[in-house]
Design a protein around this ligand. Structure first.
Ligand SMILES: [Zn+2]
Length: 131
């Protein structure tokens, strides 16, 4: 997946690919594809799970000492079976959820594109069988 996204993101490659294959795409596929490209142009993607870590800092006069724990947003991913978590820096806290949404939207559009191709294969193989 990351490779294909990188490949699709390359505008010059994409331009040629899209122009050439345009006629082989159904109306639905073209619609999904243009949504994918629109999303890719919007900004970064992030495949991650998010969670909030609640903890105390240890300072006796802090609000956390009375039960109002500090909340730190984290993102995590699994690499080679190991889970890696990262605190989201303050300056990125507004942006990171959008990165994750974008990844998920693209992923679901790719699923739909693939589904369309499967339908086409199934339709074609029915045709082949009946001939
Ligand atoms: Zn504290």
């Amino acid at each position: 997946m990351p490779f294909i996204l990188w490949y699709l993101y390359d505008k010059t490659v994409w331009g040629r690919l899209f122009m050439r294959s345009r006629t082989h795409l159904s109306e639905k596929q073209r619609r999904y594809l243009s949504k994918v490209f629109a999303l890719l142009r919007q900004g970064p993607l992030l495949k991650a799970a998010s969670y909030v870590l609640r903890n105390t800092c240890g300072k006796p006069n802090c609000k956390c000492a009375t039960g109002q724990k500090h909340e730190t947003p984290y993102v995590a991913r699994t690499v080679d079976g190991k889970r890696h978590g990262r605190a989201v820096p303050k300056e990125l806290r507004d942006q990171v959820p959008r990165w994750m949404e974008r990844y998920q939207e693209i992923e679901s559009l790719l699923e739909k594109l693939s589904e369309e191709s499967w339908r086409r294969l199934e339709k074609d193989s029915r045709k082949t069988k009946s001939q």
